[in-house]
Unconditional design. Sequence first.
Length: 356
Amino acid sequence: MIIVHRFHIEPTKEQEQKLFRTLTLCRWLYNAALEQKEICYRQRGRSPSCMQQKNELPTLKKELPEYKQVNAQVMQDCLRRLDNAFQRLFSGLAGYPHYKDRDHYRSFTYPQADKQDQFKKPGYIYLPKIGYIKMNAHFAFDPLKVSRVNVKYHNGKWYVNLTSEIAEAEAVEIVNKIGIDVGLLTFAALSDGTKIDNRKYFRKSEKKLARLQRRLSRKKKGSNNRRKAKTKVTWLHDKIANQRKDFLHKASYGIVKKYDLIAVEDLSVKNMIKNHHLSKSIADAGWGKFVNYLEYKCLKYGKTFVKIPPRGTSQTCVCGAHVPKDLSVRVHKCPECGLIADRDIVSAMVILQRAS
Ligand SMILES: [Zn+2]
């Protein structure tokens, strides 16, 4: 199972110059390789393969010594990226590869991480040809499992995406089971009677965002102050996105640690967004990510993950009776068995029942 951790890195001024230089040289290489393919195709009816282009890299370094500033594997990865773009074209997944301008070439990759040395210095990541860069790893990861390092520039900040291969654990015996219902009023309701609320978690940041957006709207178009205000809004958006991820990781980890079987509805969140006016809340809630996180954590810890078809779980009682209610009715009252409980908790119980 492949997972990716994204961490913020803080290069020094000098390191940042090297990072930008690497991005530029990689982009030039990408565009030159694309051009070479096109010229050869026009002249000879066939273009050089990725391997043939890789074999030319040592000559290129001799002729253009500035490429000595770029790690050899990073350069090879540029060519692999171009090759992938053509593979996607040939399999009908994408259009013809574009020449990249500065805004569309924002990352480079070390395809084989040096597990021993890359994370030797605590709090830092070593990037060959760049140096030790301060890294904020906000949760624990196993350096020996990291197989690939991608360096990305996004909204004025630098990040690394660390790809790790995690072994799937052997299935543990199922003792404790839980059903989970995701909803708009409560982020998630659990069949054990607990509820996970995400709104209060983001309230502070969202208030701040509203304030910054009001301030931005008062600034004159094209002014320096407007640009500054806009940067602040973008950064806060990023921060909120990270807070969400953090929240989803913690919430899913807590559940997977405690329970051995986890049942959720197979919601296609995308379809819901298309069909409902509640699209904003649904997109913001991040259920799709939450379910993903639950699933891979289950694989990682040997827990059983069950997705059940979503039909009618909110209109059914655990006794099997049909109990219709619209969204405004928050309490489930069953005329058959007399069960009175929170509607979302009852849905979670029904979900668990269907999975067992
Ligand atoms: Zn009932």
